[in-house]
Design a protein around this ligand. Structure first.
Ligand code: HPA
Length: 275
């Protein structure tokens, strides 16, 4: 058994020792978007720091725990806070929580994040459904010996964000009269924000929003056969498109401001996914 898989199995036994809860949907809450986890019907929580071998976030305000419970009667496991590649962990450790949620039984991965808007038609505070992604200088989480127990050596990524789930999110936004844009997310390593020249380059490449997470998580989940979808909160316009320097405070403030619509949309979408 590979070392990565062994570590994953140890973490799985630990969590299974705490709760027998079987989630249907795994939800990752991005920067400033963690409040949704405080509103659900909680069955159990497990802090990342308790789990043997688990990566732990070093960023203030990125709470790190799994919350198990129900959203509109759909069993979910929520990652309240995620670990990022820029914290210095191996990319395989960064996706370990995603893989663990898959092994716990989740069939769908719902990713959310804070992102900078590259598409000039977007406004600060917009919600963007992710249609596809580009990974920029971030290594694939599948590098190294393949974990045959999880998936194929050369997995297909041609529909990484499942069309059926995209249709559900679009329909849910319409029902709630929430404006929703759509676009391609590009993941950079961070932790620095981008330069204006990089943003112009990413626009040419076809990206609509930029952030420091998500693409590698989507890849790890697709590898193991989960259906994947995602929503970005455009917390700021990307470098060179805004008159003010980018700050983490601005990101958190905007995420807070649009938090109510974000929560309604995620909840409605999860209810529909569970149907
Ligand atoms: N760039 C990268 N990551 C981000 C941004 C950004 O502008 N905003 C929120 N996360």
């Amino acid at each position: 058994m590979s070392e990565v898989y062994e570590k994953l199995k140890t973490a799985l036994s630990y969590v299974r020792g705490k709760t027998g809860f079987v989630p249907e949907v795994a939800l990752v809450l991005g920067s400033g978007l963690g409040a949704l986890a405080d509103e659900i019907d909680v069955e159990a929580t497990v802090r990342y720091s308790e789990i043997p071998g688990f990566p732990v976030s070093t960023v203030a305000g990125h709470e790190g725990r799994f919350v198990f419970g129900n959203i509109e009667n759909v069993p979910v496991v929520i990652m309240q806070g995620r670990v990022h590649y820029y914290e210095g962990y191996d990319v395989r450790d960064v996706v370990m929580p995603i893989r663990l949620m898959g092994l716990l039984g989740a069939k769908t991965l719902f990713l959310t994040n804070a992102a900078g808007g590259i598409n000039k038609s977007f406004a600060q505070g917009a919600l963007m459904m992710i249609t596809d992604h580009i990974s920029s200088l971030v290594p694939s989480p599948l590098i190294g010996g393949n974990i045959d127990e999880l998936g194929l050596r050369f997995p297909d990524m041609s529909e990484i964000y499942t069309k059926k789930l995209r249709d559900i999110i679009r329909e849910s936004a319409k029902e709630l009269s929430i404006a929703l844009c759509e676009g391609v997310y590009i993941q950079t390593t961070g932790p620095n924000y981008e330069t204006p020249a990089e943003i112009r380059a990413y626009e040419t490449l076809g990206a609509d929003a930029v952030g420091m997470s998500t693409a590698i998580e989507a890849m790890a989940a697709r590898h193991m056969g989960l259906s994947v979808c995602g929503i970005s909160c455009i917390t700021n316009m990307a470098a060179g498109l805004s008159l003010v320097p980018l700050t983490h405070e601005e990101v958190k403030e905007t995420a807070d401001r649009v938090g109510a619509d974000f929560k309604r949309l995620v909840k409605r979408s999860i209810a529909a996914i569970g149907r």
